[in-house]
Ligand binder design. Structure first.
Ligand code: HEM
Length: 452
């Protein structure tokens, strides 16, 4: 059962860490400029501050030590703010489940994302990358973000459902894109807008688009159930998954998990890849080092060898560190006797681990604002220091899938093309569908294809 995010009462608020008090103003300033807002709060209040928001009270933790404490706590296992997305993802989504239900589902789903499963998806990522790369001809101008989205959406559709035919992939792609276009934060947050108005209006449109996507998913579940042998896709693995009592996932639960993978798994990866291209173009010496490492693997590198290259790995990690897609992860207090950093924290208040601020903390990262992959060659950072995928019991289940995809896409493309971009200097970060994305979606021009 989800815990309601309640507003703490006045006396409870008074005993929380210090912080600003006017909710709408804080939400507005934070959404407009999370970096500037957090920097100012840190200068005023130190590593911990209380932030009233329109959706409840948040305690923002900005040091690695506080984050370590949050991630180690068993009494903090509920996400925050995702409840609003339930009409889209469904009640069975791993992102929304809590307590025993979350533990059970996590156990059922985890094998689908383990190491040997990842290797099975590698040829698919390379095939989708090659398909997109065919169209990168000399002189062509385009946005890297669109190209990466083409790859990541095809990868996740085919990895999730095992669909092969171009027609079927297109049907899924269209259904997903049309549904995403109808996901409007206002109708998710304001329940009174979730009404039909005689089949018209944004809520009805969203429902129709989701029904279209659901009908494709349920057809695919039916077909896959009949032919499981020899299949490697996520749906087939989930159809076989059983918990300790021998119970599996019913069709609705399968649908909810698969929709979650589709929504959580493609925009995030596409955006991170766009940042990686932007950084490679901005740092020619690093690009040369990447090429020098990749080229000796030959024209069709073995995916496993690519995924194990140390500098490519470090380059991806540094991209994920400097450009986290989500600025923080959340945990909501689900007990009546929670204490954190010496403060009693009322039930329903959420703690947020600030991924942005830990990644910009000089106590953890030397010269943190500098893009420097070498730091990940020289040093292993702890789970509470490198937080792009969150951490603890709720760490992103698709982290290995996403990092493998990054390495395979970059390893396939970077040695074979010279790109330039009109944008000089570092790209600004803007909000895009709830994620932190590069401004203008990284416009580039193909200077020349090196592979002819
Ligand atoms: C660069 C790509 C990605 C980034 C930056 C990212 C980031 C995150 C973050 C920050 C969380 C919250 C973790 C926490 O609360 O501790 C999360 C959760 C999650 N992610 Fe990802 N993600 C990415 C790719 C993916 C992919 C490819 C999938 C699936 C195919 C996926 C599925 C999920 C799911 C199901 C959860 C909920 C886990 C749980 O609550 O147990 N993500 N992700």
């Amino acid at each position: 059962m989800a815990v309601d995010v309640t507003h703490a009462n006045r006396s409870q608020l008074a005993s929380l860490p210090p912080g600003p008090r006017i909710a709408p103003l804080q939400s507005f300033r934070y959404f407009r400029d999370p970096f500037g807002y957090y920097d100012e709060m840190k200068a005023r209040y130190g590593d911990l501050f209380t932030m009233p928001t329109m959706n409840g009270t948040l305690i923002i933790a900005m040091s690695a030590d506080h984050v370590k404490d949050i991630l180690g706590r068993r009494d903090l296992a509920v996400g925050f703010g995702f409840g609003a997305i339930e009409p889209v993802l469904g009640r069975g989504s791993l992102l929304l489940s809590t307590g025993d239900r979350h533990r059970r589902d996590r156990k059922l789903l985890s094998p689908t994302f383990h190491g040997n499963r990842m290797r099975a998806y590698a040829p698919l990522v390379i095939e989708c990358t090659e398909h997109e790369f065919k169209g990168w001809v000399d002189g062509r101008e385009f946005c890297v973000r669109d190209a990466m989205e083409n790859i990541s959406i095809e990868v996740i559709i085919r990895a999730a459902f095992g669909v092969q035919s171009a027609e079927r992939v297109l049907a899924f792609r269209t259904a997903i894109r049309e549904a995403i276009l109808e996901v409007n934060p206002a109708i998710l947050f304001f329940k009174f807008l979730q009404r039909d108005f005689w089949g018209r209006g944004p809520w009805s449109r969203l429902k129709r688009k989701l029904e279209r996507l659901d009908s494709l998913i349920y057809q695919q579940i039916e077909q896959s159930r009949n032919v499981l042998a020899g299949r490697e896709d996520m749906l087939s693995r989930l159809l076989e998954a059983r918990d300790d009592d021998g119970t599996g996932l019913d069709d609705k639960a399968l649908r909810d998990q698969l929709v979650t993978f589709l929504f959580a798994g493609h925009e995030t990866t596409a955006t991170t890849l766009s940042w990686a291209f932007a950084e490679a173009i901005r740092h020619p010496a690093m690009l040369k080092r990447l090429r020098d490492e990749i080229v000796p693997l030959g024209p069709s590198p073995d995916p496993k060898a690519l995924a194990e290259l140390p500098y490519l790995d470090a380059f991806c990690l540094e991209t994920l560190r400097t450009h986290p897609i989500l600025p923080e992860f959340f945990r909501t207090v689900a007990t009546d006797d929670c204490e954190f950093a010496g403060y009693p924290i009322p039930r329903g208040v959420s703690l947020a681990g600030s991924i942005l601020m830990v990644h910009r903390d000089e106590r953890v990262y030397d010269d943190p604002l500098r893009f420097e992959p070498q730091r990940f060659v020289d040093h292993n950072y702890s789970p509470h220091e490198f937080l792009t995928f969150g951490g603890g019991q709720r760490r992103c289940i698709g982290a290995a899938f996403a990092t493998q995809e990054m390495k395979l896409v970059l390893g396939t493309i970077l040695p074979r093309v010279d790109l330039d971009s009109k944008i000089a200097g570092p790209l600004k970060t803007v909000r895009r569908n709830g994620t932190l994305a590069p401004e203008a979606d990284v416009p580039v021009r193909v200077v020349r294809r090196i592979d002819g």
